[in-house]
Design a protein around this ligand. Structure first.
Ligand SMILES: [Mn+2]
Length: 598
């Protein structure tokens, strides 16, 4: 019984960490921060959350955790101390002791280009041994002899040669020969010149042992991740196609668990667990298996498996997942039947969520398979585009237009765009709409109810965007310092800390609204005494019956239903205008976008 309680306590804690992760990444965005930094911070937080989770597991004795799976490469002790010449570079935060000035320059230069440690990669053996990160129960499993064979597609743009070579080598080493039909390299128009002849030389070396194993596809202009995956799929001839990044290393036994699931059900699209290869010292860290979810902006994120999966009490079992994160295996024919990937997606982002939703709605399902592990380099920066949020936003709107039905508005709310005339070109979606009709796919409501019930519906929202007082239009209501619970008036920058929401319950939510039911938003409260408004978790505020309900009509006062006082602005002692709560003096407010007029 004790174990039972502890186990569920830990599962609860896991959920809390996931929640923490989701609450915190948006909060990190404030004025002056570029979208690219936001993406980076988000990835950092996901990583931190997983690390914390792993540590928690270890402390609780449920399972071993944050294991460093690959011995960190020890640097030779410096003969004379050479100072680090890039003290602010992420590359040298934990790595690089003892390198000469010349070596540091080379390493930093390569890192700036690729976003990971190419200097070190070039010096590690191509067939380096990674310790086994699989659960004990995975090792005891046996798989059918007659598994389908595979075409492995590696997509890349401006990837380091040694990294691609190591990916190829690791796949050959760790895939039974009878299962590996071919490796297809898709180059999405790399602009660095070391990928031509040197890569060809390596392929020819491979072909001495495995004639014709490696094929190459080259785009003559950058076509994006989705089209790269399609190009690979088009060349593939095996039963199953596995689509991977080229900055990965396959590990022992990675293929069989995926193939066994597809053999049992050709409509299931499966993902391995990605262990993390650190971008700086390239050591591998075991990642806990998790599902691949997303928020209403359609950014993907890790989440805990369903309670049904938890109840099985077997971490080696495949678990249902709302979506995929870009590395997956599918029956080649089935992937074609349901429309491959959406080639109209540009550059990066959204294409995986589109695939996940489409698979579920059009007759298949998605699973994460914990016994299959792929080590994946998490880059410090990505080479696809200077600001990933722009293609991401465009692609998200494209997914919304084709698949989300009445929930399309949630994507617009999430990106703080107006419901009508957002002015963003999403390309031609007529073919994708026809595909949806042809396949007789289910409505998105079915997905909400059956696949992803933890997504909020946001059905009660009436208005969203920045909230401005008519006296002072350059200033916006802002969530204020984090941590902290005092909303402020701040120069408008139209970023997420200034997003406000008004709903039919009369709540005013300040700061980016949460996409999942297990997260709580922060509601504006009249604390009753004093004149300083505060923010509280809406759930707790409800429980504690705080004064959280407001009468508000567009262009009119914001008046608390319980206290009858108003949210207003006034000059404080320091002469700056401040947000206060006081007896109503007739001030009026407007929220940026209306869902229906109120
Ligand atoms: Mn990747």
């Amino acid at each position: 019984m004790k174990t039972y309680v502890r186990r569920y306590g830990i599962i609860g804690a896991f959920s809390l960490f996931v929640i923490y992760m989701m609450i915190s990444w948006r909060a990190g965005k404030s004025s002056g921060v570029t979208d690219q930094e936001v993406v980076r911070r988000k990835l950092d937080r996901i990583e931190q959350s997983l690390n914390k989770l792993a540590k928690l597991m270890e402390v609780s004795g449920l399972r071993s955790s944050t294991e460093t799976l690959f011995q960190k490469v020890t640097q030779e002790k410096p003969k004379g101390m050479v100072p680090k010449i890039y003290p602010n570079s992420y590359l040298f935060t934990k790595w690089g002791d003892g390198l000469s000035e010349k070596e540091q320059k080379e390493a930093e230069g390569l890192y700036q280009i690729y976003g990971y440690n190419v200097f070190l990669s070039n010096r590690l053996p191509l067939d380096r041994q990674l310790p086994d990160s699989r659960e004990q129960r995975c090792l005891a499993k046996s798989y059918p002899k007659d598994l389908p064979n595979i075409s492995v597609v590696l997509i890349y743009i401006n990837e380091a040669l040694s990294v691609i070579k190591r990916a190829i080598r690791s796949i050959i080493t760790h895939t039974p020969e009878r299962l590996l039909k071919e490796i297809i390299l898709v180059d999405d128009c790399s602009t660095y010149n070391d990928l031509g002849q040197p890569l060809q030389d390596y392929i020819e070396e491979i072909h001495k042992e495995r004639p014709g194993l490696v094929k190459k596809v080259h785009h003559d202009h950058q076509m994006g991740l989705a089209q790269s995956r399609i190009s690979g799929w088009e060349q593939a001839t095996a039963d199953v196609v596995v689509i991977l990044d080229a900055h990965i290393e396959a590990t022992e036994g990675w293929a069989e668990p995926l193939l066994a699931r597809i053999k049992a059900d050709r409509t299931v699209v499966v993902s391995p667990v990605f262990d993390k290869v650190h971008f700086d010292d390239l050591h591998v860290e075991k990642y806990y298996a998790a599902t691949h979810g997303f928020d209403w902006a359609l950014w993907c994120m890790y989440e805990s498996f369903s309670s049904e999966w938890q109840k099985m009490n077997d971490v080696s079992q495949p678990g249902k997942s709302p979506s995929v994160m870009g590395i997956f295996a599918a029956d080649r024919g089935f992937l074609g039947e349901i429309g491959g990937l959406d080639g109209g997606m540009s550059v990066y982002g959204g294409e995986n969520v589109e695939l996940g939703i489409r698979v579920w709605l059009c007759g298949g399902s998605v699973e994460v398979v914990p016994c299959s592990r792929i080590a994946h380099i998490e880059r410090a920066h990505k080479p696809y585009a200077p600001d990933l949020s722009l293609p991401m936003r465009r692609n998200a709107l494209r997914v919304a237009e084709v698949w989300l039905d009445e929930y399309k508005k949630n994507v617009l709310v999430s990106w703080n765009l107006p419901l009508k005339d957002h002015g963003i070109d999403i390309g031609d979606v007529s073919e994708r709409k026809k595909l949806r009709e042809k396949l007789k796919c289910k409505p998105f409501r079915w997905y909400m109810e059956n696949v992803y019930p933890s997504l909020e519906t946001w059905e009660n929202l009436q208005g969203y965007g920045v909230l401005q007082n008519s006296l002072f239009k350059n200033y916006c209501v802002d969530q204020g310092a984090i941590p902290g619970n005092i909303p402020i008036l701040h120069e408008c920058h139209f970023q997420s800390p200034q997003y406000c929401y008004y709903n039919t319950d009369g709540e005013i939510i300040i700061g980016m609204i949460k996409s999942h039911k297990y997260n709580s938003n922060r509601c504006l409260i009249d604390p009753d005494s004093g004149s300083t408004p505060t923010l509280h978790s809406c759930q707790l505020a409800k429980q504690n019956q705080l004064h959280m309900h407001w009468d508000f009509k567009q262009g009119q006062a914001i008046r608390n239903k319980a206290t009858n006082r108003c949210l207003e602005i006034a000059q404080g002692e320091n002469t700056y205008y401040e947000l206060i709560i006081q007896q109503c003096s007739g001030q009026s407010w407007s929220i940026q976008h209306l869902i229906k007029s109120f």
